[in-house]
Design a protein around this ligand. Structure first.
Ligand code: AMP
Length: 143
């Protein structure tokens, strides 16, 4: 299944923040949206990084009690791994497992067009594999 098909079901909305915002603001936005990562964008809306729960957990040992007021820029990952709407779930799954990332923003002509999580990709791949198994079973048994 293509990423654009996944987005057609789940929607293209992406929760974002700017690098100058604080960790406290980021946590409030994540909690409000029930999500584990924010795509970090510049003033023009172009993606410049990502901040996930894991970055915030690491920040506890680095910044201690000062963490809530620390700017997102100090914790975010800047080398963003992205995908395109025309990529397939099967293309993205090995990238997520190899790089150990659970979120991949989708870019269409350089603009943020959605985000896929490992949960989205695993769900789609399981469905595809089950369908293939059913087809093989039907072929072998001639039903
Ligand atoms: P996650 O698995 O999304 O909680 O993120 C684990 C680590 O990978 C954190 O340090 C994130 O900032 C980083 N990360 C998550 N998604 C991406 C991505 N698409 N590109 C680059 N780094 C990422």
């Amino acid at each position: 299944m293509l990423v654009e098909t996944i987005l057609a079901t789940k929607g293209s909305e992406v929760a974002t923040a700017e690098p100058v915002e604080t960790v406290s603001q980021a946590v409030t936005r994540m909690e409000g949206n029930g999500i584990g990562a924010l795509v970090i964008v510049d003033k023009a809306g172009a993606p410049v990084g990502i901040l996930s729960e894991r970055d915030i957990a690491r920040g506890v040992s680095r910044y201690g009690a000062g963490l809530p007021d620390t700017p997102i820029a100090s914790l975010m990952t800047r080398n963003l791994v992205t995908c395109r709407p025309e990529d397939s779930a099967a293309d993205i799954m090995p990238i997520m497992t190899d790089r150990r990332i659970r979120h991949v923003p989708v870019l269409r002509e350089g603009r943020l067009a959605g985000i896929v999580s490992i949960g989205d990709v695993v769900k789609v791949r399981l469905g595809e594999i089950e369908q293939e198994a059913d087809q093989l079973r039907a072929y072998i048994t001639g039903t």
